[in-house]
Ligand binder design. Structure first.
Ligand SMILES: NC(=O)c1ccc[n+]([C@@H]2O[C@H](COP(=O)([O-])OP(=O)(O)OC[C@H]3O[C@@H](n4cnc5c(N)ncnc54)[C@H](OP(=O)(O)O)[C@@H]3O)[C@@H](O)[C@H]2O)c1
Length: 343
């Protein structure tokens, strides 16, 4: 068993980490961190637990640490707000820790990869250029995490010329307590700060290449983001212009048959089928599809030819599992199993 620590363990993403790591076959939680006000308090007594499953027994009595205290493990999962993550993650990497971060603070750094194991495991190579004893690996923001998997399948077979993304994002994406209830019940908020730029940049970085430096994918991306009154699960409508023309049935086959390294290695958090294709035009729906593949599969439906661009389709993924903690745990599994980590 490899011991791990979680920073930001009491937040929306931190709770997912705790839930995914508590009974993990490779990892054992050794330390949990939250803000100064919880220092020394028992996790089970102070956390405002919001997940469906109970708080794992094994973590209830762990005493929370504050930043600045010793981080006792080589592997560290970070679910800190970006404003705080920047400095601490860098310091940890300099001191030899392997940081798997959900925060945006380092995603656009010259040698920090944004990894989705089904899409760009080769980008791990970039950490060799970080010039620190340890490293930082990030995963994408929650709306990018879901779409890059079907986009990878499409890019490799048909090529992508242009992409338009329209999101309907769950409230949990804003953390806890996040958006005030009076702001979101019976409402839609047509802007999420910095989210559109994140989609535009991260999609092209992840689908690009790395050979000594990152070469961003050369297709154009436009995005519009909306917060909707859904608890978990981001729904995104894509319009895609492809290089090679295909019909809807061919596209469905491409998506259904997509499988990648995490599936080949049979990693514990990898879904058997990373993309689930629905023929029902009324799917995907957050309530019905967000937990597909234990929250790690991406569901694609309502696929049709578009009069403008070539295809339009709807993608749904779980924002705190595939879009955050689950994606990060899968990154760590891949690098352990692939023999890239000495821990
Ligand atoms: N929510 C999502 O769907 C999602 C998806 C992808 C990425 N992310 C990213 O993941 C990160 C965490 O997001 P979240 O939604 O889990 O946020 P959150 O619910 O607000 O949780 C933040 C966590 O950070 C801790 N924290 C806050 N200030 C701190 C400080 N000064 N020192 C130490 N710890 C501090 C909090 O501890 P206390 O409880 O003690 O305050 C809490 O554990 C963010 O960078 C976010 O952008 C979120």
């Amino acid at each position: 068993m490899t011991e791990v620590s979680v920073l930001g363990a009491t937040g929306m993403v931190g709770q997912r980490f705790v839930s995914l790591l508590a009974n993990h076959p490779f990892f054992r939680i050794a330390a949990l961190f939250a803000s100064e006000k919880r220092k020394g308090l028992k996790y089970g007594e102070t956390v405002n637990w919001v997940l469906e499953e109970d708080i794992p027994e094994s973590v209830k009595n762990i005493e929370l640490r504050a930043l600045g205290e010793e981080v006792p493990t080589k592997i560290v999962f970070s679910a800190l707000p970006a404003s705080i993550a920047g400095g601490i993650e860098k310091e940890l990497a300099e001191n030899g820790h392997y940081v798997f971060s959900n925060a945006s603070a380092h995603r656009y750094d010259e040698f920090v990869p944004i990894i989705v194991p089904e899409v760009n495991p080769g980008h791990f190579e970039a950490v060799k250029y970080q010039n620190t004893k340890g490293f930082i690996i990030t995963n994408p923001n929650c709306s990018t995490a879901g779409i890059v998997i079907p986009l990878k399948a499409i890019k490799d077979t048909l090529g992508i010329k242009k992409l338009v993304v329209f999101t309907m994002q769950a409230v949990s994406g804003a953390g806890y307590p996040g958006v005030p209830s009076l702001g979101i019940i019976d409402n839609i908020i047509p802007h999420i700060e910095k989210e559109e730029d994140k989609i535009k940049t991260e999609t092209r970085k992840i689908l690009g290449d790395f050979s000594g430096k990152f070469e961003y994918a050369d297709f154009k991306v436009e995005a519009r983001c909306n917060r909707v009154p859904v608890r978990n699960g981001h729904t995104e409508v894509l319009f895609i212009e492809t290089d090679k023309k295909a019909d809807v049935s061919e596209l469905k086959e491409i998506l259904k048959n997509f499988s990648a390294l995490p599936q080949k290695l049979n990693l514990p958090t990898a879904p058997k089928n990373p993309i689930i294709v629905k023929d029902d035009k009324f799917r995907p729906q957050p309530v019905l599809d967000r937990n597909a593949g234990k929250g790690m599969a991406v569901t694609v439906g309502n696929i049709r030819k578009a009069d403008i661009f070539d295809f339009t389709l709807t993608v749904l993924s779980h924002n705190t599992i595939r879009g955050a903690a689950g994606g990060s745990v899968l990154n760590a599994e891949l690098f352990l199993k692939d023999g890239k980590l000495e821990v």
